[in-house]
Design a protein around this ligand. Structure first.
Ligand code: NDP
Length: 391
């Protein structure tokens, strides 16, 4: 029987790569049962007509008519809005790819987790804004969580979970983004187009900007801490511009195990889709002689304050990572809308975090989803105000 697969966020970069692998493997291996998008109704309709899922959902009702007209007579069930998005997460499937961008992915992914099956986790924001709550839900449901972020997938592949006490450190690699060699002066006038042009990875707009500020690595640090149950001091970050080593695990005897491959997201996606087996992919195999050299550098924390902000929020705990994530989402949207400078992104996040520090409950563990949503909403509102005041 083919594996029934749902893709939450099928119209995005991870979603399209997942569908590419579904096509590559063929209908005997995967059967798409559910697809979702936010507002890109035409792309969702095209995917639905090609892959014939049982259910499709558009989160934003604005373009509902486009979807309904395109799928008229197809027999495919259509859902509109955020409640239906949660229903998509809970739609019976063997494997769910969680690839919605941002905190919007949290509730549908929790619905997917409630099925107690296999979830490929691309959406790092789930763990950043609701880390302990999310991991509790995974444990309670018996879900097998398969990390898709290339760094976490790499660690998952080389981590000996059964002999965990022998692990010394997790080492996340970072390409460093397009600006790693610039001076502070040169960083003053970075444009949207420059920031959207990543030297190695092809990704959606938000994560591409996060990669340029290194906030992406900060979010991944938080993600790794929750996924692998390690405190921040056990997780190092090293800049590796070639992005051939996707991350490493250092053991107490001095051994370091690394996972390598071409920088192509279809490898970690395929690993999650086929787990515990491996599947063939169209990704070209790694030719180290043509890569030539692999470089490693310390990250420059002065130029990229987002890394320190993320590490600090992980140490603070409670709602701090939730606020960091929400403020960053608004700041990145502000930069993309050309209302905030590139350096303003981290400044905005820093100011929003500081505005919460005096609240007593800020660093208390979040026990309810409503608390996560409350901090998320308040941080977004403060970030919108902050954008108007800086730059
Ligand atoms: P994209 O921006 O390319 O796609 C995001 C997807 O989520 C789209 O299907 C989009 O729909 C949908 N979406 C956006 N906003 C909402 C919303 N409010 N409600 C419901 N659906 C929404 O993102 P990526 O594919 O780049 O990233 C997805 C996740 O994977 C992110 O969390 C990212 O950090 C993570 N990730 C991505 C990597 C990559 O290579 N791209 C690598 C590692 C991790 P629509 O098209 O209609 O807007």
């Amino acid at each position: 029987m083919p594996k029934k697969i749902t893709i939450l966020g099928s119209t995005g970069s991870i979603g399209e790569n997942t569908l590419d692998l579904v096509s590559y493997a063929g209908p005997d291996i995967f059967d798409v049962v559910c697809l979702t998008a936010n507002s890109n109704a035409q792309k969702l309709a095209d995917q639905a007509l090609k892959f014939r899922p049982e259910f499709v959902v558009l989160a934003d009702p604005k373009n509902a008519d486009v979807l309904k007209n395109a799928l008229n007579g197809s027999g495919i069930k259509i859902g509109i809005g955020t409640d239906d998005l949660k229903e998509a997460g809970a739609w019976p499937a063997d494997f769910i790819m969680a690839a919605i961008i941002g905190a919007a992915g949290l509730e549908p992914t929790l619905a997917a987790v409630s099925q107690g099956k296999y979830v490929g986790l691309a959406n790092k924001e789930c763990l950043v804004c609701a880390g302990a709550l999310f991991i509790d839900a995974v444990k309670r449901s018996g879900t097998v969580l398969l990390p898709v972020d290339s760094e976490h997938n790499a660690i998952f592949q080389v981590l000996n979970q059964e002999r965990y006490s022998e692990v010394n450190k997790l080492i996340l690699t970072a390409s460093g983004g397009p600006f790693r060699t610039l001076s502070m002066d040169e960083m003053q006038n970075i444009t949207r187009a420059q920031a959207l042009s990543h030297p190695v990875w092809e990704m959606g707009a938000k994560i591409t900007i996060d990669s340029a500020t290194l906030m992406n690595k900060g979010l991944e640090l938080i993600e790794a801490s929750y996924l692998f149950n390690r405190p921040p001091e056990d997780i190092d970050i090293v800049i590796h511009p070639q992005s051939i080593i996707h991350s490493m695990v250092s053991y107490i005897d001095g051994t370091v195990l690394a996972q390598m491959g071409e920088p192509d997201m279809r490898t970690p996606i395929a690993y999650a889709m086929a787990w515990p087996e491996r599947m063939a992919t169209p990704v070209k195999s790694l030719d180290l002689a043509s890569v030539g050299k692999l470089e490693f550098h310390e990250p420059n924390l002065e130029l990229f304050p987002a890394l320190t902000l993320a590490r600090d929020t992980l140490t603070l705990g409670g709602a701090a990572p939730t606020v960091l994530n929400a403020a960053n989402e608004i700041a990145v949207a502000g930069f993309l809308a050309e209302k905030l400078s590139f350096l303003g992104i981290s400044r905005c996040v820093d100011k929003v975090l500081n505005s919460f520090i005096s609240e007593q409950s800020f660093t208390k563990p979040l026990e309810m989803l409503s608390e996560v949503n409350d901090y998320d909403a308040r941080a977004r509102a403060r970030a919108l105000e902050t954008i108007k005041l800086i730059d």
